[in-house]
Design a protein around this ligand. Structure first.
Ligand code: SF4
Length: 474
């Protein structure tokens, strides 16, 4: 269902022929799928947790204004400041202003998909700040000047060899001359390089996995401890988060924490779970002098009252990416936007427009694995179908596809005609493909037959086979 020759189609074609990318994807997502399955099997209440998480999120979305106000009150009471950003542009402007007032030169960053969404790095660099990503994956792709290809493992598409080459290029001028081939050595070297930046940083920017209305705390989860150093060593800590990330209480946050790491990386819990509540107090040994939270709307409140409201339950665990056969085949960059995979195929058209991201909802096979593993039970295939419907209604669907869908709909409303057409079609397909068992070419099906043969029909329609099977049952 892709527009022929679209840039999306070209990116997909490049990705599926990229052997290094295919090897990296097979290695990474297979591991996550297996580990998640083990964790789920070991936790009898996993399903009950999913239901509770879904209910808490729904309750929050129904009362979002109240919980956000409560959160702001608590942040203010703890000595911090909340900033409201209606758009990505507002968010960039607010953060640049905080950096300017802090007379900052260097900004360190923990992993934050919202900062990718609002294009923060580009804005900071254009304003002359030195920006250093401190999450190892983010650091690698920053060196490679690439966007993340996965929401929790941004450098999943990079092989060890590629990372070694990148470190050669960027670390040699800093005095690190050994070519590295082992992951442990690379982590050590990155740690040493990043340590210098932590101490020089004026502003530390992190995301917020959860914002607790009860206490005014923001919570981040990491496996490297980089978030802690980013937010405690800089003079100013800025949290960037979507407005939907608020949860009522610390107890509720624990429900989500129990689901997040299991769904994301197949861990019981991440190595670090860090709560920040305001700037440092007089008797604190460390911590930032200023604590800011930038709450980003950027289209979220519009989703709240519409058919895509359930997407606001997303906790960005990445399980839907790991289990998606399309993502596993093409990786994140082929999608062409910040959020890839099933969640990105829903979110991107909502943030950037149905037309701009036309291809994404149509690139899904609707197999449903994403919904099965989503820890907050988002009906992703249903939302993708709704996006397709809206694209169709808006006249964005290409004419040949509209014609095919209209024809199919007309037939589906007339069962006799439908069965007759199917029988004729199947008879023709089996006649032409009988000799080879497959068809190498079929009119209007070039998207399939260009790269593989279409298995020939076996002589009966599904309805005929089904009726025969039912009749054969006792
Ligand atoms: S849609 Fe569900 S599975 Fe996908 S990232 Fe969001 S919470 Fe995780």
């Amino acid at each position: 269902m892709q527009a022929a020759g679209s840039t999306f189609t070209k990116r997909v074609s490049i990705a599926i022929h990229d052997k290094r990318l295919q090897a990296a994807l097979a290695h990474a997502s297979g591991g996550f799928v297996h580990k998640r399955a083990q964790q789920v099997a070991a936790l009898p209440e996993f399903e009950a947790l999913r239901e509770r998480a879904r209910d808490v999120k729904e309750h929050v979305l129904t009362n979002l204004d109240g919980y956000l106000e409560r959160y702001e009150e608590q942040v203010t009471r703890q000595g911090g400041q909340v900033h409201w950003a209606a758009t990505a542009e507002d968010a960039r402007r607010i953060i640049l202003e905080i950096c300017r007032k802090a007379d900052a030169k260097t900004v360190t960053k923990g992993k934050s998909m919202v900062s990718e969404e609002i294009g923060l790095n580009q804005a900071l660099e254009a304003a002359g700040y030195e920006v250093v990503e401190t999450d190892l994956g983010e650091y690698i792709i920053q060196l490679a000047k690439e966007p993340p290809s996965h929401i929790i493992v941004p450098a999943v598409h990079k092989t060890r060899q590629q990372v070694g080459d990148l470190f050669d290029l960027h670390h040699r001028p800093l005095g690190y001359t050994k070519h590295l081939t082992e992951v442990g050595e690379m982590v050590d070297e990155a740690r040493q390089v990043l340590r210098e930046h932590y101490f020089r940083a004026d502003v530390g920017i992190t995301g917020g996995n959860f914002l607790v209305a009860e206490t005014g705390s923001s919570i981040i989860v990491t496996n490297e401890g980089n978030g802690d150093l980013t937010q405690t060593l800089a003079r100013v800590h800025i949290v960037t988060s979507g407005i939907e990330r608020v949860v009522p209480t610390l107890d509720d946050a624990v429900t989500f924490l129990r689901l997040l790491a299991r769904s994301a990386t197949g861990q019981e819990i991440t190595s670090y779970v860090t709560l920040s509540t305001g700037p440092r107090r007089d008797d604190d040994l460390d911590g930032p002098q200023e604590y800011h939270v930038v709450l980003v709307d950027n289209g979220r409140s519009k989703m709240l009252g519409g058919p895509f409201r359930e997407m606001l339950r997303c906790i960005r665990c990445g399980a839907c990416l790991n289990h998606c056969p399309v993502y596993s085949s093409i990786g994140g960059h082929a999608y062409g936007w910040v959020y890839p995979g099933p969640m990105g195929s829903v979110l991107t058209p909502l943030i950037n427009g149905l037309s701009a991201a036309y291809d994404l909802p149509n690139a899904c096979t609707l197999n449903g694995r994403c919904q099965t593993v989503c820890p907050v039970k988002i009906p992703l295939p249903g939302l993708l179908r709704e996006l397709r419907r809206q694209q169709f209604e808006s006249g964005l669907t290409p004419a040949p596809i509209r014609l095919a869908l209209r024809t199919w709909a007309a037939l589906a409303r007339r069962p006799r005609l439908y069965h007759l057409t199917m029988r004729i079609g199947v008879a023709l397909l089996s006649l032409f493909g009988r000799r080879r068992g497959a068809l190498a070419w079929l009119p209007l099906a070039g998207g399939w037959t260009d790269s593989r043969d279409l298995p020939a029909a076996q002589g009966r329609t599904f309805q005929q086979a089904w009726s025969a099977r039912k009749g054969a049952r006792p």
